[in-house]
Design a protein around this ligand. Structure first.
Ligand code: URA
Length: 273
């Protein structure tokens, strides 16, 4: 195992047991003092507007199956860098076994996302709700039904050409808002998903998805209605912001704006040729 691989394994919390046998070393590797329920954030809150992806991919995918994601990497190791090198199956497995923040304690299932890979369209929501936690699939509840209708209305086949994911892969208790440290822990998974799926167009739904991918504190109202360029390596992917379907269920007048956003997304997609 070379140094790069050893660092990546350490960041993922995998590797030979002797690396973790000393209990104090384990607490340090986990980034948690014993008895602490919440995870230590691996990066700060999302405040700086930039469309640069935050991860630096390492050159070769790591093919090993990570069983445990460490709460924070060892000295000198970035967890997001390790995740940025995972293959699709390893990423999926890493999400299933993730214990990076306190949300793992209450989940029934992680929700990795569903759809084809590669995907022509990628839709990004906030976090699983109760139905999604039970089923392990995104957008299967009431918001999902509205989303299905909206996609049908612009001629997008959800199952055939759309990958749907969330910023958080685990349900926040009582469907509360995601916390900055939870977003920070989960975001590297989403960024790697986007890189591997290579969508032609991304639609982000709601404040948390928009703020996470665009690295901004701006509101949905100020971000919607135009096409953003999202940088994935050397590619620029058009990204459209719209309201979250669950919000639209409670705020019917904004449905017209969401409809305009989706038509913008459709036109942008069609113009790609
Ligand atoms: N809301 C979301 O943001 N995602 C889901 O998967 C379900 C509801």
């Amino acid at each position: 195992m070379d140094d790069r691989q050893r660092r990546a394994w350490a960041a993922l919390g995998i590797g030979p047991a002797w690396l973790l046998r000393d209990p104090s070393a384990r607490a340090e590797a986990d980034g948690v003092a014993s008895g602490e329920a919440e995870a230590t954030p691996t990066s700060g809150p999302l405040s700086e507007p930039t469309t640069e992806p935050i991860s630096e991919p390492i050159s070769e995918p790591i093919s090993e199956s990570p069983m445990v994601i460490a709460r924070s990497p060892g000295p000198g190791v970035r967890r997001d860098t390790a995740i940025a090198g995972l293959s699709w199956p390893a990423l999926s497995e890493a999400v299933s076994g993730c214990r990076a923040c306190g949300l793992c304690e209450g989940r029934r299932n992680t929700v990795f996302g569903t759809g084809p890979n590669p995907a022509r369209w990628m839709l990004v929501g906030e976090a699983p709700g109760q139905q999604e936690d039970l089923s392990g699939e995104p957008f299967v509840g009431a918001a999902g039904q509205l989303l299905d209708q909206m996609l049908r209305a612009i001629g997008v086949d959800r199952a055939g050409e759309t990958f749907i994911a969330n910023v958080l892969k685990c349900r926040p208790p009582g469907n509360r808002d995601p916390r900055p440290e939870e977003v920070a822990c989960c975001e590297p998974y989403l960024l790697r998903q986007v890189e591997l799926l290579q969508p032609r167009l991304i639609v982000v739904m709601g404040r948390f998805a928009a703020q996470s991918l665009l690295r901004t504190d701006a509101t949905v109202g100020s971000l919607r209605g135009r096409v953003h360029a999202w940088r994935a390596g050397d590619r620029e992917v058009p990204l459209v912001v719209t309201y979250h379907p669950a919000y639209l269920l409670r705020n019917l007048p904004d449905k017209a704006k969401a409809w305009a956003d989706l038509r913008l997304a459709r036109r942008t997609f069609d113009a790609l040729g």
